[in-house]
Design a protein around this ligand. Structure first.
Ligand SMILES: Cc1ncc(COP(=O)(O)O)c(C=O)c1O
Length: 380
């Protein structure tokens, strides 16, 4: 684990030195060193080597493998999180009457692909969260003997609530129910425990501060061998020879889910960012982010007229500090803070401040002072 200072980290992110940027949950700002990744990607292509793409693909797989704590062979790439969830949803051999559990406050990417399955006779049951928090009891209420899949987000995009995937997955697996996770709000910020997760999808443009256009999907290799991927190509098969007999012999593990090539410049960026975070220490990164959001929540809770939404327990949240100011719409608070140079986002009625390693204690102060001033105006 390196002892690089947070000031040095911050200097890598131009956006963080120009404004109080608390919106990584929407888009992570690109660090300066990724400029070199982009240049490297295109310079390499000026004189293509036969294996140029394969090399960076494998490096990115290894980097995600270390972050996820899994075999790199279990990692495949698509264009975004939504693609990964669609692949999970459409690669299961559904039978009419099978059931999927989703929850009411999830991002549309983790609802619409499951809802589309209704056209194949699958029933979608909706667990009701309370104020953006999903309890075990709420999930249990909608589980039946026909449930085959539960789909949740690792960290909820509006409340910042973090699910305990290990506990949920262990419970579901005892009942032979699969678990699919939208992990984009945690990717790069927290190493997930994938012991009992079957699919984990994300993209690199939030916590990994990379470009749009690259999604990652973990597919449990044991589950993968039982599935026929919803999209296939030369990468999916054991042999490159075209199987004219129509008998497609898929690769033995998760790589059957990798049909073809993906966005190589973005793979460079993903690998470089993961290696940067690893050089700081993945757990040190998580600790820092949880501390910053915790400090913000503690101080916001003391402001008259402010109600914090994100749970305070450190293991029930990550980088998001979500709150409401009574008497004001979230959009009005977002706008008022923006005029003070503090960038947050209005989401689903909440004001969402989201922290990353480029943020500082002073950013917390400026957020808190800004919210206190806005709240004072309505409550004066
Ligand atoms: C929880 C969640 N899932 C999915 C997405 C969309 O991801 P993508 O564009 O990679 O499909 C977002 C974007 O804000 C999100 O917050």
């Amino acid at each position: 684990m390196s002892d690089v200072s947070w000031e040095d980290v911050r200097r890598q992110f131009p956006m963080a030195t120009e404004t109080v940027y608390l919106d990584a949950a929407a888009v992570g700002p690109t660090p300066e060193f990724l400029r070199e990744s982009a240049v490297r990607a295109f310079v390499e292509r000026q004189r293509p080597r036969v294996d140029a793409g394969g090399a960076v693909h494998a490096r990115a797989q290894r980097a995600f493998g270390r972050f996820f704590g899994v075999d790199p062979e279990a990692i495949v790439f698509y264009a975004n999180t939504t693609d990964g969830i669609n692949v999970a949803a459409h690669s299961i051999d559904w039978r009419a009457g099978d059931e999927v559990v989703v929850h009411d406050r999830d991002f549309p990417s983790n609802l619409i692909p499951w809802l589309q399955l209704q056209g194949r006779g699958v029933k979608v049951r909706v667990a009701q969260s309370e104020d953006g928090i999903l309890t075990d009891a709420a999930i249990d209420r909608v589980l039946t003997s026909r449930t085959r899949m539960v789909a949740v987000s690792h960290v909820f995009y509006q409340s910042g609530y973090r699910m305990d995937l290990a506990a949920l997955g262990a419970r579901l697996h005892q009942e032979h129910i699969l678990l699919a996770v939208d992990g984009i709000q945690a990717l790069g910020l927290l190493q997930p425990d994938l012991t009992h997760v079957d699919f984990y999808a994300g993209a690199i443009y939030k916590g990994l501060c990379g470009p749009l256009g690259l999604g990652v999907l973990y597919v449990d290799p044991v589950v993968a061998v039982r599935l026929v991927p919803d999209r296939v190509g030369y990468g999916s098969l054991q042999s490159p020879a075209i199987p004219w007999d129509g008998n497609l012999r898929y690769k033995a593990g998760s790589q059957r889910f990798q049909p073809a090539s993906v966005n190589y410049p973005a793979l460079h960026a993903a690998a470089d960012m993961l290696e940067f975070l690893e050089s700081i220490g993945f757990s040190r990164v998580t600790k820092r982010i949880v501390e910053l959001s915790g400090r913000a929540l503690g101080r916001l809770a003391e402001i008259n007229g402010v109600r914090v939404v994100t749970p305070r327990a450190p293991d029930s949240r990550l980088g998001i500090a979500a709150f409401r100011v009574s008497g004001l719409e979230a959009e009005d608070v977002e706008e008022a803070l923006r005029t003070r140079g503090v960038r947050v986002a209005a989401r689903d009625g909440n004001v969402r401040a989201s922290f990353h390693i480029y943020n500082s204690d002073d950013d917390v102060n400026q957020l808190v002072e800004g919210v206190a001033a806005v709240a004072r105006e309505v409550h004066a």
